[in-house]
Design a protein around this ligand. Structure first.
Ligand code: GDP
Length: 213
């Protein structure tokens, strides 16, 4: 079993119901003064471009186009806010690590994200999405350092687990969790998912629900 947490059938069902309900796009935030009130808990999704972030957000909400791919021009440098049943907000962070962006764009990204992380008391957790085939890259480590520095709790969520043979899952877990020991704000366990095969998706819903008010 891939999930470390043991969720009972009731919790999984409650989480399924939450995600089967309303999930509306609220707004795209390009400047921090546009951020919504801090009255509702929020969780954010971060990851390198192409990590499978849109696919996973769509799989969670069983929608085909909740989150558009990070290649869609105009939505790349925004924090996209979704309201999940008035219980919790999902924040789709712009993808990073894309080779073709300019230095200025990268700096703008860093500025937006750093200020966001510093100023969001209701941000309960950042899910750092990592491609299970590639593991942690330097650009991921930079964000993890930013999260450690700003003391924002985060969890590693592996994507595309279907691309890694099951016999390799434990080794992947051991290797990544060893690294996590050096990161003060990281949850010590990883969670494996596949949007294509649905692996770990019900449990991920329950993890997110645990942060809802
Ligand atoms: P984003 O840029 O992080 O939003 O990534 P996308 O969701 O657009 O996915 C990038 C690519 O990875 C697409 O070609 C997807 O079809 C593929 N992909 C996403 N999730 C999975 C998965 O769970 N398994 C496999 N095998 N491919 C996936």
């Amino acid at each position: 079993m891939d999930a470390i947490e043991e969720f009972g059938p009731l919790e999984l069902e409650q989480a399924r119901k939450l995600f089967a309900g309303k999930c509306d796009f609220m707004l795209g935030v390009a400047a921090l003064e546009q951020l919504p009130d801090t009255d509702l808990s929020e969780v954010a999704f971060a990851g390198r471009s192409n990590v499978g972030k849109s696919s996973l957000m769509n799989a969670l909400t069983e929608r085909t186009a909740l989150a558009r791919t990070s290649h869609t021009p105009g939505r790349t440098q925004q924090l996209n806010y979704f309201n999940l049943g008035d219980k919790i907000r999902l924040v789709d962070m712009p993808g990073y690590g894309y080779a073709k962006v300019s230095k200025t764009q990268r700096e703008e990204w860093n500025q937006l994200i750093r200020n966001f992380l510093r100023g969001r008391p209701n941000l309960r957790c950042v899910f750092m999405l990592i491609d299970a085939r590639h593991g942690l890259k330097d650009s991921d480590r930079e964000i993890m350092k930013m999260l450690d520095d700003t003391a924002v709790s985060y969890r590693i969520i592996m994507t595309k687990a279907d691309k890694v043979h099951e016999s390799q899952h434990q080794a992947l877990r051991d290797k990544t969790e060893k690294t996590l020991k050096e990161h003060s704000a990281a949850f010590p366990h990883i969670h494996l998912t596949s949007s294509v095969k649905g692996i770990g998706v019900p449990e991920f819903r329950a993890i997110i629900r645990s942060f809802a008010i």
